[in-house]
Design a protein around this ligand. Structure first.
Ligand code: SAH
Length: 466
């Protein structure tokens, strides 16, 4: 971030602007939405500026700006559509101590004005650091369509009511009240009786919320998918949006955690194969403790929570504590990995079954029905298989699998830094060790990348994205 977004207090403070043409008008239209004292310096002001001055909405000094004109101003805009004049006046304004913006000159500006969606007092500012004004406009349009025009009224009246809501305990119950107001009771009252209906609606709603029993906590076991935020389900997004506490695994990507409600508490229960980890009992205890406090706990697991996720132990802990729980499935790593290499997990005439196996379990390397897997045409998705690769290779070869059986390892499936190793059972080791993978990797036994995708291998790492 090269620019840090803030909301500047400008009510009653001076903002100065030099210029009188189109650029000045565009900025003034925005500035006139504020309660700042606006002064304009221009020897040739557009008629609109004269009109605004006549109406008392701004102060017009009909001459070019001079030293001292920006004294005390919080902000200064150089909007002369003339580089030399903009440079001259911005130097003067800086000397007067104002923060300076030169219109259409990001380089020399102290601040930039974002695209704004105005539902006063709700204001959304959109910035792209000057990189993509088109994008900012598109986002603005999208938000304009999405945010109901009554939002401003709801917020204004809600703000006056804030102190009364202190009667509800801080946290989940207060949030439930406001969410009910903004998304149910408020819009309904507006539709039925307009702004005057809002105050009685708030009174009634508070009464209702004071009389309802404290909410019981609940736990959602949510699949975060393989890493690409676009592979989250709508339910997962909703859960993240509503969570009070998010307890997540190490593999859940920052882009996905970013989607959690801003006030949500994020807790890392990161577990690494064979490595130091938070003990499962401690994770169970953490989930239960937050649930008991009445929190909406989202237990966020990579991929699908029902695949190698130790879900059952956590569910049993919830049951023992009498907590309500539900499961939101996700896209498992195997699905993302085959999608990336253009293959299917099952295929008519090749394999009517696919095994999801783990490379290691709590005892160490995991044993499986190797003889069955070694038969031609078998397909298996091997999770946590990096360190167990040599062991798995040895077992399969020992049980008669062909060394030529295709094996594909997909690292960071679905993510921008995805990598694909196209190899065979015979070559799995040392290929894997030589590749030095550092991200999560899924081994697809019995599958090669579809021919058109095989060329990915030859690309350098960052271009080999799936
Ligand atoms: N519940 C998860 C699996 C958890 S076990 C799921 O359904 O995907 C962790 C293992 O999953 C990792 O060791 C790795 O083998 C695999 N994995 C998870 N995310 C992955 C990704 N983005 N790319 C490749 N493999 C991944």
């Amino acid at each position: 971030m090269k620019h840090f977004p803030i909301f500047l207090a400008v009510a009653g403070r001076p903002i100065a602007l030099s210029g009188g043409g189109e650029a000045a008008l565009a900025k003034l239209r925005l500035l006139l939405k504020t309660e700042a004292q606006i002064t304009v310096f221009s020897d040739d002001p557009a008629p609109e500026i004269r009109d605004w001055a006549a109406a008392g909405r701004l102060a017009l000094t009909p001459r070019a700006m001079q030293a001292g004109d920006a004294a005390g101003a919080a902000l200064f805009y150089a909007a002369n559509e003339d580089d030399a004049e903009d440079a001259r006046v911005s130097a003067l304004a800086r000397r007067d101590g104002a923060l300076v913006n030169l219109v259409d000159n990001l380089q020399d500006s102290d601040f930039i004005t974002p695209a704004i969606v105005d539902r006063d007092p709700v204001v959304v500012a959109i910035g792209t650091e000057g990189a993509a004004p088109v994008l900012a406009r598109a986002i603005k349009k999208d938000l304009e369509d999405r945010l109901p025009s009554v939002l401003g009224t709801l917020a204004r009246i809600g703000k006056v009511f804030r102190a009364r809501v202190d009667a509800l305990p801080f946290g989940a119950r207060r949030r439930a009240f406001w969410s009910d107001y903004y998304f149910n009771a408020g819009p309904r009252a507006m539709a039925e009786g307009g702004a005057p209906a809002l105050r009685p609606a708030l009174d009634g709603l508070l009464e209702d919320h004071l009389n309802t029993a404290p909410r019981a906590g609940r736990v959602e076991f949510v699949g975060a998918g393989p890493g690409d935020p676009e592979l989250l389900t709508l339910k997962a997004r909703r859960a993240l949006h509503e969570a009070d506490v998010v307890i997540h695994d190490r593999l859940v990507t920052p882009e996905i955690l970013e989607l959690a409600r801003r006030e949500a508490v994020l807790l890392d229960a990161g577990k690494e194969g064979f490595g130091k980890a938070m003990a499962q009992e401690d994770i169970n205890a953490l989930i239960v403790a937050h649930g008991r406090e009445g929190a909406h706990v989202v237990r966020l697991k990579s991929g699908d929570p029902t695949v190698f996720g130790r879900l059952d132990e956590e569910i049993e802990a919830c049951d023992a504590a009498g907590l309500d729980w539900s499961v939101v499935p996700g896209i498992t790593a195997a699905s993302a990995a085959v999608a990336g290499i253009g293959q299917s997990l099952t295929k008519r005439g090749r394999n009517g079954a696919v095994r999801f196996i783990t490379g290691h379990d709590m005892q160490g390397f995991a044993d499986h029905d190797w003889a069955a897997l070694a038969r031609p045409g078998e397909v298996a998705a091997i999770y946590m298989g990096k360190r167990a690769a040599r062991f798995i290779q040895g077992r399969l070869l020992m049980h008669g699998a062909s060394p030529a059986t295709p094996v594909t390892v997909v690292e960071n499936a679905s993510r921008p830094d995805a990598r694909v190793l196209d190899t065979t059972l015979g070559q799995l080791e040392p290929t894997l060790t030589n590749a030095g993978l550092s991200g999560p990797a899924l081994t697809l036994f019995g599958l090669a990348p579809r021919a058109a995708r095989a060329s990915l291998q030859t690309l350098p790492k960052q271009e080999a994205a799936l």
